[in-house]
Ligand binder design. Structure first.
Ligand code: UFG
Length: 327
């Protein structure tokens, strides 16, 4: 029989790419999503249950009906800026939502959990690259809610005999290499989609938030990891937990940093389009550089990024913005 995995937030960006990968790997994804930011057109690889993560009885009902062997928990609010202006929403959805899910798991004896965490839990790390032993000192409410959820997961796991993998994503980007699922969100705040919108003439220009950092070219450095690599890592994490592996927190990144100007150069090389830019002020709370040490994910899961070079990221995402790919 085909094993099933409950995928909360499975209509969203990383969740939908992972649902597709699960299906290809012989696992049926049961998508559970309230569709506030997720998109029904991205739910194509298994049954769909419309429901809110805070609705514990509905979660229990979905688990009892579909009998998944594990849960992947993507459902969350994910805008750093919004988390500062509306922390209540973030504590409710990300902390309260995770507790609601864990309570549903406990009641139904669902004991295997893959959790979407974030490099935002590290804040501004003292040294680079960031490994998993780096102290987690988040600098915004979003990062704090993800850290609290991680800690809650660890405490529930110890007390109630659950096992988990917490995956700390760096900068998720790119789109399904087969063109089935795009990179989108509303409103769009992330660098690569905004730069592609500017290259396509859909916004007048990309504003670079500061070019006077102590980095290779003055612009911020980030670790851009392709969503197909993230999806693959979730399947590997599921296999690890399913065959009796220990609970663990793992970074997921490309394992190196790229500056904003390097991203813009890759867009130019791949599409032939210039990205019109303006230099703006630094954005509050931005660390100058952030990139991952991903060796633990390789050791524990055998994870190696395949799609996380800038050219492949741009090549897969560009068509969704009406841009042609030249190289
Ligand atoms: N940037 C610009 N102009 C823009 C958008 C972004 O210059 O219009 C810059 C940012 O200042 C930053 C870099 O491009 O230096 C990347 O910014 P993103 O907003 O794409 O991503 P962040 O690194 O801010 O955010 C990511 C994740 C968050 C996570 C955070 C942790 O998307 O979920 O890392 O720092 F919380």
């Amino acid at each position: 029989v085909t094993p099933r995995v409950l995928v909360t937030g499975g209509a969203g960006y990383v969740g939908s790419h992972t649902a597709k990968m699960l299906r290809l790997e012989g696992v049926e994804p049961i998508v559970y999503d309230n569709l506030t930011t997720g998109n029904l057109s991205s739910v194509r690889w298994g049954p769909f249950v419309q429901g809110d993560i805070l609705d514990t009885p509905r979660l229990i009902q979905a688990i009892e009906h579909h009998k998944p062997v594990a849960v992947m928990h993507f459902a969350a609010s994910t805008y750093v800026g919004e988390s500062v202006s509306d922390p209540a929403k973030y504590y409710r959805n990300n902390v309260g939502g995770t507790q609601s899910l864990l309570d549903a798991c406990r009641q139904t004896r669902l004991d295997k959990i893959i959790f979407s965490s974030s490099c935002a839990t590290y804040g501004v790390p003292a040294k680079l690259p960031v490994d998993e032993a780096t102290p987690q000192v988040p600098v915004n409410p979003y990062g704090r809610t993800k850290l609290i959820a991680e800690q809650m997961l660890a405490d529930y796991a110890t007390a109630f005999g659950m096992r988990y993998v917490a995956l700390r994503y760096f900068n998720a980007c790119g789109a399904d290499p087969e063109g089935d699922l795009g990179e989108w969100s509303e409103p769009e705040t992330h660098l690569i989609p905004r730069a592609l919108l500017a290259a396509a003439g859909k916004i007048p220009r990309l504003k670079i938030f500061g070019d006077d950092y102590q980095t290779i070219d003055g612009t911020c450095v980030r670790d851009y990891v392709h969503v197909a690599d993230l999806a693959r890592a979730h399947v590997l994490a599921y296999r690890h937990i399913e065959k009796g592996g220990h609970s663990v927190a793992l970074n997921l990144g490309a394992g190196h940093g790229s500056s904003i100007r390097e991203v813009l150069r890759a867009i130019n090389q791949v599409t032939g389009q210039e990205v019109p830019i303006a230099i703006g002020h630094r954005r509050q709370g931005d660390p100058p550089a952030l990139y991952a040490d991903v060796r633990r994910a390789e050791q524990v899961l055998g994870f190696l990024p395949e799609y996380s070079d800038l050219a492949t990221i741009v090549r897969t995402a560009a068509p969704f913005f009406g841009l042609e790919v030249r190289s």
